[in-house]
Write a protein that binds this ligand. Structure first.
Ligand SMILES: *[C@@H]1O[C@H](CO)[C@@H](O)[C@H](O)[C@H]1NC(C)=O
Length: 536
């Protein structure tokens, strides 16, 4: 009995000792990474957060580390700033997809949007520089050891956000015909402009009946709906292509039906999916993008949807115009009023049989001119974007655009991320500001420093950056200003965005200038990053 009591006491003592030692060990470890222990870093650890040459505030970041031990308030503020930086910006910078170099020259600015009804067409003028307070970060290092970089405040005068009203665009119905794979990978891009708007999306999956394991359309539809898009995803009703004019009668008909025929037959599918609220049927390519629904809806409201109406854009390359003629080019987005679609619907199959045009928009043109008296109304702001190569001239031109096309094939831009700023300030997408003498900011696309400055650059004109940007394109984009050499222009391009748009939230844009490894140099390349933090 006694022996038993003794061993119980010893047991409790050992237990207490164990608990105490675990507690001490943990406390010690916590203290080692604690931002409060930063001062010892500031004396010797400059490699983690060193000021870059030319920075206007060489010591502002390290200053914050030299807090007096008795200044509790400053310490708390510093450790909170460290935690905020490490939990947000740092994680963003370290995202694998960004592929940044180990060391980056990092600048951040804290943007306070103001709404004083700015002239959206004009280039705003700000005398200070945009890229200031730059520090070098080693992304392989431990963030907590590192002082939070400065975030100089900056006021930008922007339009207000678009008024958000649930379901306010349920008069718009959009249709695409494409492959399962493309519809699946396009989800985030469609969600960017369709989610929460109440507009409908109808997607015809051309290869829905293909393969041993048929694609699961219900699951894909659920993914779209979970993302807030009111989508219906269906298999084609027509299972093989119709013979066209001049098709060899012995030729085997395409099974499943060709995408371009399904694209044209969308008119019937869309009429089936329409509700009493539907005013416009938007026939799209699977890479047609609208930066925002609101301006599109406003533009459409100027036309009478109760009459037969055909709205769209011409090509922007005159060579295409000579080949295809006067019609709505599909990639820009084509809009039919419901009465017009009803006129065309009984003729769809006949129209395919009686044309030798191999494209959906060409079939629509032929059918329109042979079966109805409706002519094309060119709608300002829609763009076919037959632009190849470097599209920066367009995106840095300050133009408003209702639609964007070819952004993932003829040229490549992260279009959904670019347009995400519309949630913060509506019409501010691609709005421009000039900073100091040499920097142009095109919101959502780039920050560009001009080596020779901006004084001799006519910013009203579009830079001829893309292929064949000459007289072939000038009826839409001209006159052009000459293209600058890459040594004359240093561009940080938008690569990533982050954050919520709810009241009080922050929205972040990351603009990156990728370092190029100099030939014959051992120097480690250092990417340059500008992070704009919009305080919403
Ligand atoms: C989605 O579209 C259908 C028509 O296909 C409509 O009846 C329904 O109200 C819409 N739902 C939402 C949540 O907008």
């Amino acid at each position: 009995m006694l022996a038993h009591q003794c061993s119980a006491r010893a047991y409790i003592a050992i237990l207490i000792a164990l608990i105490l030692s675990i507690f001490l060990l943990t406390a010690n470890r916590l203290n080692n990474v604690s931002p409060i222990s930063l001062p010892h870093f500031s004396t010797g650890g400059s490699s983690l957060a060193e000021s870059t040459g030319g920075s206007q505030q060489p010591d502002s970041s390290t200053d914050q580390l030299n807090t007096q031990p008795d200044n509790k308030y400053d310490q708390a503020a510093t450790s909170q700033a460290v935690a905020e930086f490490c939990n947000n910006d740092w994680k963003l910078l370290r995202r694998k997809e960004l592929g940044l170099t180990n060391k980056v020259a990092y600048t951040r600015r804290c943007i306070k949007p103001t709404h004083n009804n700015p002239d959206r067409e004009a280039v705003g003028k700000i005398s200070d520089s945009l890229v200031t307070g730059t520090v070098t970060l080693n992304l392989k290092a431990n963030c907590e050891q590192f002082a939070p970089p400065p975030c100089e405040p900056l006021e930008l005068d922007v339009p207000p956000a678009y008024a958000a009203q649930e379901e306010q665009y349920n008069h718009l119905l959009f249709g695409i015909a494409s492959s399962y794979e493309r519809i699946q990978t396009s989800l985030p891009v469609f969600a960017q402009w369709l989610a929460g708007t109440g507009a409908q999306l109808l997607a015809v999956v051309a290869d829905a009946d293909e393969g041993f394991i048929k694609p699961n359309l219900r699951a894909l539809e659920a993914q779209y709906r979970n993302a807030g898009v009111n989508a219906s995803i269906i298999a084609p009703k027509m299972k093989e292509s119709l013979p066209r004019l001049n098709t060899n009668p012995d030729e085997k008909l395409h099974q499943p039906a060709a995408v371009e025929q399904l694209h044209f037959l969308l008119i019937r599918d869309m009429l089936d999916a329409a509700t009493p609220q539907t005013k416009w049927l938007g026939v799209l390519d699977d890479d047609t993008f609208f930066p925002a629904m609101d301006p599109l809806s406003v533009a459409l409201s100027q036309y009478d949807h109760t009459k037969p109406m055909w709205l769209g854009a011409l090509a922007d390359n005159w060579i295409s115009m000579k080949i295809w003629g006067f019609m709505a080019y599909g990639g820009a987005g084509t809009f039919l009023s419901v009465p017009l679609a009803k006129q065309l619907e009984p003729h769809l199959e006949d129209c395919v049989r009686q044309t030798d045009v191999p494209s959906g928009d060409g079939m629509l043109r032929d059918c329109m001119y042979t079966r109805t008296t409706t002519k094309l109304t060119v709608m300002e702001g829609l763009y076919q974007h037959d632009i190849r190569g470097d599209a920066s001239g367009f995106f840095e031109s300050g133009r408003r655009t209702l639609s964007i096309h070819h952004w993932k094939s003829w040229y490549h831009v992260p279009i959904d991320k670019m347009a995400a700023i519309t949630s913060v300030c509506g019409d501010c997408f691609l709005q421009r500001w000039r900073f100091g003498s040499d920097t142009l900011f095109a919101n959502g696309y780039s920050i560009t420093q001009y080596r020779e400055g901006l004084d001799n650059i006519n910013l009203d004109l579009m830079e001829a950056t893309f292929e064949e940007a000459d007289s072939r394109f000038d009826f839409v984009y001209g006159p052009f200003r000459p293209r600058l050499d890459r040594y004359d222009k240093k561009s940080y391009r938008l690569v990533e965005v982050d954050g919520t748009f709810e009241k009080g939230g922050q929205f972040k844009q990351l603009y990156v200038y990728r370092a190029t490894k100099e030939e014959g140099s051992d120097a480690e390349p250092v990417d340059e990053v500008v992070e704009l933090i919009w305080d919403v």
